[in-house]
Ligand binder design. Structure first.
Ligand SMILES: [Zn+2]
Length: 407
């Protein structure tokens, strides 16, 4: 069923102002751990719109990060307005503010309905300043027009790009224990992300035995040989890259190999970094065990003349757990209504193979749907922002923040 696109009762943000905001925000450097400048920009705009200083709070999520960082998550509880709208389900809107390093130096320039960086060596930063700006536009509109709304919390999250650190470490009490949660970090507003994959991060240390490669190669155990055999075995068995085993699917990658210092030394040590992903937790574990087994077997099979074999230290860490929300999950229902009311068409529910702040929020008991605000080509120099989709994302955000998704 298609509803009317625009109703006279719908409240709308100032879209020109929203585009100005996102353009300025994409130009502010802010790679993971260096989010102070962008946070200052956001709080200045909120204060300018009338938010009391007491409503601005930073948590200490950065203190739990392996890189520390300048600042924690910015969490703003909007003072409830008056009227019947002030009662309703508590809601949370989140967006990460950090960008990948490639975005530093971005010079956003608009041509028609697209914005890109005029500097060809940088990405734009639409991932995820588009989401951060959509939230800011909604909050500023609510403050300036003193709009009534149910309890609403905005969270601008840190360090998403290096492992979802802000979402993983935010306190649930700070987030307002919401009944409905919406994360902005995607492209097309018509696509609602209700599922994302889970991933392990793997560190493998291979220990061999050093020896002179010309004089006594028979006394050496080459760690490079062990690593190569393990990787070749995984490739042969179909456990590298895209993995299909019957109905079960996943991906894996060996992304970094470091070792060796000279050609005349049998290499005693190699470090590898790898990852494994699957929506299916059990199959993800199976892939992980395959990795472990391949390296263990390879290490045992390479021996020197004294019978010494190689050794492997295998460490894995669950980066984030997969999730899948039902279509009747309250946040999914609310987001679908908001999309219908803004776009006048039925949203598409999608699953993605990347990690999102929604992975951790959902795992921690806050089911979270992820919404788009126009970002495309993230993490590349070809990154763009689609202005039409950004504006739609802003309109959806204001409805969700004010509880008017049913209007
Ligand atoms: Zn992102």
């Amino acid at each position: 069923m298609v509803k009317q696109v625009s109703k006279s009762s719908s409240i709308e943000p100032n879209l020109k102002h929203a585009v100005t905001l996102v353009t300025k925000m994409m130009a502010i450097p802010g790679k993971s751990g260096q989010e102070m400048s962008i946070m200052n920009f956001i709080t200045q705009k909120l204060r300018g719109a009338g938010l009391p200083a007491s409503a601005i709070k930073y948590d200490r999520a950065h203190k739990r990060s392996h890189i520390n960082g300048e600042v924690g998550n910015l969490i703003v509880k909007m003072p409830a307005g008056a009227g019947r709208r002030s009662v309703g389900a508590a809601r949370l809107l989140t967006a990460h503010v950090d960008t990948v390093p490639l975005c530093v130096g971005s010079k956003p320039t608009r041509r028609g309905r697209w914005i890109r960086s005029v500097d060809p060596s940088t990405a734009l930063g639409a991932d995820n300043r588009s989401g951060a700006a959509a939230l800011l536009s909604a909050a500023v509109t609510m403050l300036e027009r003193k709009l009534p709304h149910p309890p609403a919390t905005f969270a601008w999250l840190i360090q998403e790009e290096i492992g979802l650190i802000g979402a993983k470490n935010a306190s649930l009490r700070d987030l307002g224990r919401p009944r409905l949660a919406f994360n902005y970090d995607s492209g097309q507003p018509a696509n609602l992300i209700i599922a994302a994959t889970g991933a392990y991060r793997i560190a493998i240390e291979v220990e061999g035995v050093a020896s002179h490669a010309g004089v006594h190669p028979e006394l050496g155990v080459n760690a490079i040989t062990i690593a190569s055999m393990a990787i070749a075995q995984l490739q042969k068995d179909g456990f590298l890259g895209t993995i299909h085993k019957g109905q079960r699917t996943g991906t894996s990658n060996v992304g970094m190999v470091q070792g060796g210092e000279a050609t005349n030394v049998v290499t005693p040590h190699v470090s590898l970094r790898a990852e494994v992903r699957s929506h299916n937790p059990r199959f993800r574990k199976t892939i992980l065990n395959r990795f472990n087994g391949a390296f263990e077997r390879a290490a045992k099979s390479v021996r020197n003349e004294l019978g010494q074999a190689g050794k492997v230290r295998f460490e894995s860490q669950l980066d984030y757990e997969a999730f899948r929300l039902g279509r009747r999950e309250p946040c999914v229902v609310a987001a679908q209504r908001a999309v219908r009311s803004v776009l006048g068409k039925e949203p598409v529910l999608v699953a993605v193979d990347g990690g999102l702040d929604a992975n951790w929020l959902t795992a921690r008991g806050i089911p979270t749907v992820t919404i788009g605000a126009g970002q495309h080509g993230a993490h590349t120099v070809g990154e763009t922002l689609n202005v039409t989709e950004f504006e739609q994302g802003c309109r959806i955000a204001l409805r969700l923040a004010t509880g008017t998704e049913n209007d």
